[in-house]
Design a protein around this ligand. Structure first.
Ligand SMILES: Cc1cc2nc3c(=O)[nH]c(=O)nc-3n(C[C@H](O)[C@H](O)[C@H](O)COP(=O)(O)O)c2cc1C
Length: 171
């Protein structure tokens, strides 16, 4: 079924804006997208979907955004067997080069540990940073967006091929 549960958190609205762009794009490709602010729903709602898209910016030097942080203890206990998810996040490669996009890794790792299938790995190439919990070899465990250093067009140009990639990977 072409239905995606889309859960995101956002403090200063960058991830929210990216989520709106992604929802519109995916709906244009024929998906039904249930887009939800994680601050307004129960984290158990994730279990109602087989295809998941999860967005979380990194805040407070290597931490999850507040609303994700509040539900993280429950999130990491969920059973993700049979679920496929793509992760993305906003960060600031110049301001936080040792913790760039950490939140993607903080959420993606327990998802995989608990049986989930991760899609949407991305190249680390367009970014300049030193360390990230989201790094796995030379790849990132999800898509990084950086509204502090890239303009809107550059972020759109990162999103479109990645969305095409996850559409293929969702199958
Ligand atoms: C106090 C503070 C701490 C931050 N810490 C990090 C960080 O550790 N790593 C990172 O990549 N970005 C960090 N950022 C940048 C945010 O992730 C970035 O501005 C993002 O676009 C915010 O997303 P949002 O508008 O959806 O909340 C931080 C920003 C602030 C203001």
């Amino acid at each position: 079924m072409k239905k995606i549960g889309f859960f995101w958190g956002s403090t200063s609205d960058n991830t929210k804006d990216a989520a709106e762009f992604m929802q519109e794009y995916l709906e244009g490709e024929g998906y039904e997208v249930d887009s939800k602010d994680i601050g307004e729903v129960d984290v158990e709602d994730l279990q109602n979907y087989d295809k998941l898209l999860i967005g979380c910016p990194t805040w407070n030097i290597g931490e999850l955004q507040d609303d994700w942080d509040s539900v993280f203890l429950k999130f990491k206990e969920l059973d993700f067997k049979g679920k496929t998810a793509a992760f993305f996040g906003c960060g600031d490669q110049t301001g936080y080069p040792d913790n760039f996009l950490d939140a993607i890794g903080i959420l993606a790792k327990p998802f995989m540990d608990n049986g989930g299938t991760l899609i949407g790995r991305a190249s680390r190439e367009p970014y300049e940073f030193r360390e990230s919990v989201a790094l796995d070899g030379d790849e990132l465990l999800g898509l990084g967006l950086d509204y502090d250093n890239f303009d809107e067009d550059e972020n759109d140009e990162l999103m479109i091929p990645w969305l095409d990639q996850i559409i293929k990977e969702f199958g």
